[in-house]
Ligand binder design. Structure first.
Ligand SMILES: *Cc1c(COP(=O)(O)O)cnc(C)c1O
Length: 349
């Protein structure tokens, strides 16, 4: 089975496991304590993103939520797009029983990037405390926000002292696709979250990076949310390994997503991608198939490929370290068969 449901649908490779046990946990046993390993990871994260400080969280959802809480009070306005992870998937910061922040929606352009003009007008009218961005944008299909757009948003937000938080769950995919360092990309935002357990290949953990005093405030919020991790060296050690060793590897995921899209287009000309592939995500619009995403995926699974339904007519396929180029090719053929089979069925109806 080729599992393209998510970029965390990987088994921990033996290189990672071996490194956790020998080098890193060896250091723990050698008298370096958990706190020191966590501190090393947090310093590394701050350094990579060009921020003053960083803090480790058990999940990306908790890190994003803490970021929203650290910038806003209940009832205050937060600019988000309707398909952003922090709103569409996480929700907690906006939930009436929990965060009670009020979402104000900005548009995404045709290209899937934030509409700067719309954001400017919304800031003018709604007096928000915070704007959330997502780079790469998952639901838009792994789309990158280019630095010029970030810069324009930052000019507009900082004029009004609006904090910019970036959900960079896939920050390094964006860096790779844009040809920029994380530092360059993050200079336009006040805080950034990235995940260790996606393309970087670690077992768990997310880092939230920002200004020193702000991160201190976040540290208090993390405790309130139950996010203190005991014996966190076990998580931090593979995180350091992932940051130091797996950044380059993301190239392969991007190349495999491209290869997949190329073969799919050749074999099933009626296949429709929501947008051109920029990173490791392929978002298929299957509304022509006459099937719901769930049904489409059930049949695709019989052809040996797993994907994820993102709406009634959107299917997401994600490329990660356990998917080889051969798998990408095979998956493209399977998806093409499935699409061609659907259109034949519709043709004969
Ligand atoms: C994975 C992901 C997160 C964090 O997810 P958790 O499961 O809560 O760790 C946040 N934002 C985006 C866009 C993601 O893809």
């Amino acid at each position: 089975m080729i599992d393209l449901r998510s970029d965390n649908a990987y088994r921990l490779p033996s290189t990672m496991l071996a490194n956790i046990i020998t080098e890193r946990l060896g250091r723990l046993q050698g008298g370096i304590n958990d706190d020191e390993v966590v501190k090393e990871l947090e310093c590394l994260a701050a350094n990579i993103t060009g921020k003053q400080a960083a803090i480790l969280f058990p999940s990306g959802t908790m890190a994003n939520t803490a970021a929203v809480y650290a910038c806003t009070a209940p009832g205050e306005h937060v600019l988000v797009d309707p398909d952003i992870h922090v709103y569409r998937s996480e929700r907690v910061a906006f939930h009436p029983d929990f965060g009670r922040r009020v979402p104000i929606f900005y548009r995404l352009t045709q290209q899937g990037t934030p509409d700067v003009e719309d954001i400017g007008q919304l800031m003018e009218r709604n007096n928000p405390s915070l704007i959330c961005l997502e780079n790469t944008h998952n639901f838009a299909g792994g789309i990158c926000i280019p630095p010029e757009t970030l810069k324009q948003i930052s000019l507009c937000a900082h004029k009004r002292s609006v904090h910019i938080h970036l959900d960079g769950a896939r920050l390094f995919n964006a860096c790779l696709a844009l040809g920029l360092s994380a530092r360059e990309l993050c200079q336009h935002v006040d805080s950034v979250m990235f995940c260790l357990f996606k393309g970087l290949g670690a077992p768990m953990g997310s880092l939230l990076c920002g200004e020193k005093t702000w991160i201190e405030r976040v540290r208090g919020i993390r405790k309130l949310l139950g996010g203190t991790i005991h014996k966190a060296g076990v998580i931090a050690a593979p995180g350091i390994y992932g940051l130091q060793n797996n950044m380059e590897r993301l190239k392969e995921d991007h190349a495999n997503a491209q290869l997949f899209a190329k073969i799919l287009k050749a074999k099933a000309p009626s296949a429709k991608l929501v947008r051109e592939v920029q990173t490791n995500i392929v978002m298929l619009d299957i509304s022509q198939s006459g099937q719901s995403s769930e049904k489409f995926l059930d049949e695709l699974a019989l052809r040996g490929v797993l994907g994820k339904a993102k709406s009634d007519n959107l299917v997401r396929l994600v490329f990660h370290q356990c998917v080889s180029s051969g798998d990408a090719e095979q998956a493209a053929l399977a998806v093409a068969d499935q699409i061609n089979c659907c259109s034949e069925r519709r043709g004969t109806k």
